[in-house]
Design a protein around this ligand. Sequence first.
Ligand SMILES: Cc1cc2nc3c(=O)[nH]c(=O)nc-3n(C[C@H](O)[C@H](O)[C@H](O)COP(=O)(O)O)c2cc1C
Length: 382
Amino acid sequence: MASQSRATLGVSAIRGNDTGKMLRKPIEFAENCASLPKYCARMGIAQNMGICIGPVQLNTPVILAPMSGITDRPFRSLVKRLGAGLVVSEMIASREMLRAAKHMQRASTDCAEEYPMSVQLAGHDPAIMADAARMNVDRGAAIIDINFGCPAKQVTSKLCGSALMRDEELATRIMAAVVDAVEAPVTVKMRMGWNHDDLNAPRLARRAEQVGIRMVTVHGRTRMQKYTGSADWRFIRSVKEAVAIPVIANGDIVTLADIDRCLADSGADGIMIGRGAQGRPWFIAQAIDHCAGKPVRSPPSLAEQGRLIRDHYVDMLDHYGERRGLRNARKHLCWYAKGLRDAAGFRRAVNTEDDPDQVLALIARFFGGEPGAEAAIPRLAA
Ligand SMILES: Cc1cc2nc3c(=O)[nH]c(=O)nc-3n(C[C@H](O)[C@H](O)[C@H](O)COP(=O)(O)O)c2cc1C
């Protein structure tokens, strides 16, 4: 009943009323003292591991991965409120950023609100990358990250992203130019190498450290693998052993047990989670608890999820405007529904509904979401 009245109120009423406040309120989930992970002690890893990226101190080693089209400002601020140590912007093409392309500038706005936020730059021209880094630091970025990992053909064909792993000289000049351009710490995200014949991540990481890069993240796949196969966490250990700066392990971390195995295999200083947070951003909060050796929070109840999803959706409409916001929100809404009864029906309805208020009503009906409201559709047993 209550959720119906919220749905009837519509998006604009919610926006005008309490959503702004709600969005900034920390999200609290019921604590549950299920199993206390003792993996830190077991594996000889210091508890409450934090990471220093130059002068920027993270109080948790859990980082949200940059994902184009996904880790936009609304999603980042949601995950940030869940406690992530660091969130990274979507990849920003440095040349377009300097030409003031609107979508590139929007991708890096509100950095200060998300402090410490990292802005990720792609490009191949050291001078342009340096200028773009300066511009983003002026706009509030606490950290600049350089993309040496994107496998997409339209990126690598311009000698950007993972293509730069094949040109270590140019990659080094880019890193040096960006480090020289800004006072903010500069980090790099790379893959293991272009292919299995040249797994040069340890060598490139050493070069990175030599020119002043403060942290390296390694996605445990090669460019040729793209997203196939599985991430090789053991390989990441060879990067960790090559440098003294923090090394973050990335790829295929979707459960708490994955975190244990990934850290044990890689010896990394922290973890970066991407797809594991799609449709379940609360996994980041659970990962943080796990890494701190604290009782791990339960996932939110369906009604709590409903409120969180509604806030996320309304924030997307605010950020992009109603038409684009509604379109961009669809993939998130479909991920949120995954594993729930009649998710297919919900997906169909959401993907064909063009009225923002009606989508809000669909969210309210499917997930509940008003304080005290019971979920209309219970989560399927695992
Ligand atoms: C849709 C999508 C977009 C991505 N965009 C970026 C990006 O902009 N920059 C980047 O460095 N990596 C990007 N990645 C790679 C992720 O950051 C991450 O390295 C990869 O997904 C492996 O981690 P995961 O298994 O935790 O998702 C993207 C991945 C996906 C699935």
